[in-house]
Design a binder for this molecule. Sequence first.
Ligand SMILES: *Cc1c(COP(=O)(O)O)cnc(C)c1O
Length: 497
Amino acid sequence: MYYKSTRDSNVNITSAEAIVKGISDDGGLFVPSEIPSVSIDEIIRLGEMSYAERAAYIFSKYLTDFTDAEIRYCTDNAYNDKKFATDNISEISHLFDGTYVLELWHGPTCAFKDMALQILPYLLTTSAKKINIDKKIVILVATSGDTGKAALEGFADVPGTQIMVFYPEDGVSPMQKRQMTTQDGKNVAVCAVKGNFDDCQNGVKAIFTNEELKAELDAKGLMFSSANSINWGRLAPQIIYYVSAYASLVKDEEIKAGDKVNIVVPTGNFGNILAAYYAKHMGVPVNKLICASNSNKVLTDFITTGIYDRNREFYTTISPSMDILISSNLERLLYIMCGENDALIREWFGSLSKNGKYEVTDDIKAKLSEEFAAGFCDDTETKATIKRIYDKYSYTLDTHSAVAVKVYEDYRRETGDTTKTIIASTASPYKFSASVLEAIEGKVSELDEFDMIDRLAAISGYEIPQALASLKTKEIRFKDIIVKEDQKDYVMDKLSV
Ligand SMILES: *Cc1c(COP(=O)(O)O)cnc(C)c1O
């Protein structure tokens, strides 16, 4: 197995190189040269294993240049009961007839990004060692909220690394902001940017592709890498929980081995749902992949029309981690779907950066509608869904997962498709307690963030995550706010280059 770039099919590197580089020099994303398969028998056997063992098993199909011992070192350090609040790492709750919520938020930052970012530092440092890199790895992250904290938590004080996180000043929840600005660690920095998530991400991308800067860093024994979901080391760990969830449902006799399931994913940068696509094409029996968006519904429109158009109003919603107009990981899907035609990808994504728009071929439109369904829901519907599900099933959803539930309910009603369904739940309701409380109680809460958490505990009956409760007394360490043009200077300054 080797890795290619979506913008140059002739690129031919190992997984360790792809993970260390993060993004290809040509601006493309790394993809494996083929999608490895997993048989139903293998999936049944996975049902008997721990999550770390399941992860090691799936990783060995993608990271073929890693030894078994190297993979086990990574999976055992990431997926254990010191890092996660449950031995199962992710949990599955039966919501209503044939509908399961895959809770991916039992990690240290209470959002699904922990599933990948707890293991990425181990994958990255192991990869660097494998290819004889003795440079300090500088991680730059653009975040709409959850990635930043999860990356900080993953990389804090990991030897040989340094991490800097940029977030949109007004685009994250108060709790997300607090989680990031109080981060411990000698090798961390956090900075607010006046702008939205795309501004932050474009700034980071520009730094990564700046050749002059790269040379300058190189001379100082430093190198950039990415922890954003464009890094293959972020995407691969996400494939695992879909294979794992299917294995668990078979083991628990909720489904029969071979039964198809739908997978619904609340989507922003298209990483999580792309991982579900990989799981499907490995051999997990999947009927439809259902892409759920909030009011920033660029993906709903794309999947239903084949036209990607980011020239539209940007909404700041109560599901901020999905407030994205450029879904980077879509590039990987389209590369696979167009038969690895790198010229087409260069054309489309060139047009995206020049005109904010591209249209795919009829062949791809047909493939999209065969594999995907898509829908969106606004803030009002999101809150109504939280309330309805709470009243009916005594289950408390966060705002992102509620978008997925609503889009699924619409899909099920419109299509009559009653295939059993896994809904990816991406954050703990505690992380967005203001909106969740408002939804359930019908009024804006006057309480502060921490009293809200106590209130939500009383209402939901769910235990308060220790990591959130302890923020109350932590000192704010990072107060910098910059304009988007200054991201590069900020980085240079922090690195004293
Ligand atoms: C990041 C995030 C998403 C979106 O996931 P993508 O992989 O970017 O599509 C959804 N919900 C939450 C809570 C997130 O943190």
